[in-house]
Design a protein around this ligand. Structure first.
Ligand code: AMP
Ligand code: MN
Ligand code: MN
Ligand code: MN
Length: 288
């Protein structure tokens, strides 16, 4: 399926982007605008994968239908594995599934309280008004995230860009970082599979795991029924692509491709603009 003939003898590689965010979580565009942008960028199939929230799916689906673009339900679930925050993507599930919806509501429920604690912690290092500042960016208040704090800290001149805000304030060991109880790996995989979906590890190159720990993590994920990993990601280097392409083959995981687009001017990879999946991998979208 991925390769089809085109006029003028050129080859069209099926352009699938299975990772992006709308204002239902920490993206900058509404679900509708995101879908319009994806279609304009030549995306053939899109999954909207907001953090811990499914509210954007119906309007994104309707807009994709209007534009003749294939659409897949998606979500990016925040989990904790051995004290690390990791993201698990779910694809092609039934968005009405009660267990999945209840599970996501549980993860969301502590976010406002966490945001207040982050703000109090930032206040102690001389940064005032962070809660109100972050909430101004959070179109969906129950999904207030570190990204919204990051935008406020850039806006208020504390740091010049998001990258330095995270490095200086919002990662473990820094003053604005506050622990939160996320789902377990087992919960996330069970919710996704229980709703008839496919579970994929998001941007595996981003986690601070040694090679041995990564193997243990992937082994746990596979044993729980996880089926895929994101090989092409907006946050992966060429080396990550090679490493995770090899691991996908070794563990017999399906391979995914997703920009992780959050918004124009903020994400360096736009919707549908990643390089294609390397040869020899099994694209996850062939299972949808
Ligand atoms: P949270 O779910 O509140 O822990 O926030 C996580 C979100 O913060 C991620 O989904 C990204 O959008 C954003 N984020 C995390 N790390 C970085 C970083 N180093 N630079 C920019 N954004 C980041
Ligand atoms: Mn995000
Ligand atoms: Mn993520
Ligand atoms: Mn993401």
């Amino acid at each position: 399926m991925p390769v089809s003939g085109c006029p003028h003898g050129s080859i069209h590689v099926f352009n699938c982007d299975l990772h992006c965010h709308s204002t239902c979580s920490d993206g900058l565009l509404s679900a509708d605008d995101l879908v319009r942008r994806a279609a304009a960028n030549g995306v053939d199939m899109l999954a909207l994968t907001d953090h811990d929230d499914l509210d954007g799916l119906p309007s994104a689906q309707a807009m994709a239908e209007e534009l003749g673009m294939a659409f897949v339900n998606g979500v990016e679930i925040s989990i904790e594995w051995e004290a690390l925050q990791i993201h698990i993507l779910g694809f092609a599930f039934d968005s009405a599934d009660p267990v999945l919806n209840d599970g996501l509501a549980t993860i969301r429920s502590g976010r406002i309280e966490r945001a207040r604690r982050m703000s109090a912690a930032l206040e102690k290092v001389g940064i005032a008004g962070a809660f109100e500042g972050a909430m101004r960016y959070a179109a969906n208040p129950s999904l207030v995230s570190r990204a919204h704090f990051g935008r406020y800290l850039v806006e208020s001149g504390v740091c010049k860009d998001l990258r330095s805000v995270f490095e200086s304030y919002l990662v473990p060991g820094r003053p604005g970082y506050v622990d939160h109880r996320w789902a377990t790996l087992a919960d996330a995989v069970r919710w996704i599979l229980g709703a008839g979906g496919i579970a994929a590890v998001a941007h595996p190159g981003r986690y601070k795991l040694s090679r041995t720990e990564m193997r243990r993590f992937l082994g746990d994920f596979k044993a729980l029924g996880g089926q895929a990993i994101e090989v092409m990601s907006g946050s992966h280097t060429q080396e990550h692509v090679e490493v995770f392409g090899r691991l996908a083959r070794e563990y017999d995981f399906l391979a995914s491709r997703g920009s992780d687009f959050h918004g124009p001017g903020e994400s360096h990879v736009d919707l549908g603009k990643l390089a294609p999946l390397p040869e020899g991998l099994k694209p996850v979208w062939q299972w949808f």
